[in-house]
Design a binder for this molecule. Sequence first.
Ligand SMILES: Nc1ncnc2c1ncn2[C@@H]1O[C@H](COP(=O)(O)OP(=O)(O)OP(=O)(O)O)[C@@H](O)[C@H]1O
Ligand SMILES: Nc1nc2c(ncn2[C@@H]2O[C@H](COP(=O)(O)O)[C@@H](O)[C@H]2O)c(=O)[nH]1
Length: 192
Amino acid sequence: MKKGLLIIISGPSGVGKGTVRKYFMDDDSLRLTYSISMTTRKPRQGERDGVDYIFTTREKFEEAIAEGELLEWAEFVGNYYGTPLTQVEKLREEGKNVLLEIEVQGADQVRKKCPDALSIFIIPPSMEELEKRIRGRRSEPEEIVQQRLAKAENEMKMVSNYKYIVCNEDPQLAAELISSIIKRHMYVEENV
Ligand SMILES: Nc1ncnc2c1ncn2[C@@H]1O[C@H](COP(=O)(O)OP(=O)(O)OP(=O)(O)O)[C@@H](O)[C@H]1O
Ligand SMILES: Nc1nc2c(ncn2[C@@H]2O[C@H](COP(=O)(O)O)[C@@H](O)[C@H]2O)c(=O)[nH]1
């Protein structure tokens, strides 16, 4: 059996990565599995431990780093985020295409370790619209919103490190574009 693809999706916080993902994630023909990240951030309303994230403490996260248990990790606006290594490798060996939804520093680390990873960057129609989306979520105090917006300006400068750029104006259209990118790469992998 062919090893599954490793797919990186990045884009500034609030651009709609999670929203777009929900439109294509359940398409069986894509054989996708979402890699659940570890984070030290507190859960937002409605987020579930082990589903949206593995919520943990700074101490446990630092232990995971020291033990080499993470494929990549980064600090983002005061919290740690990282991808547990074991599940990614196991799922790829089973032929599943593993989707990582991660920020740009983590994506750099993954590209170095797995140069064949497929990388997609989602951009907003404008920075004004991005701000509206972050604020519309009403999940963070103003100070954190400002930090996320400042981070977004820097993340947008990293777009040229990605193989594909998809604009999320309409989430369904963005999802269709991402699906077709993944299908094309599956086809290429299966025919080499
Ligand atoms: N195309 C769109 N048009 C309008 N609103 C959108 C669109 N896509 C997403 N949103 C809204 O923007 C907000 C942020 O979306 P979402 O949480 O999916 O972003 P994200 O990129 O996953 O954020 P983070 O990386 O911070 O977790 C949500 O309120 C969502 O409903
Ligand atoms: N490097 C990593 N970045 C990750 C991971 N999981 C999520 N993220 C990214 O962090 C920011 C903030 O997320 P939020 O849920 O607090 O809004 C966002 O860009 C995520 O994509 C990870 O495992 N590694």
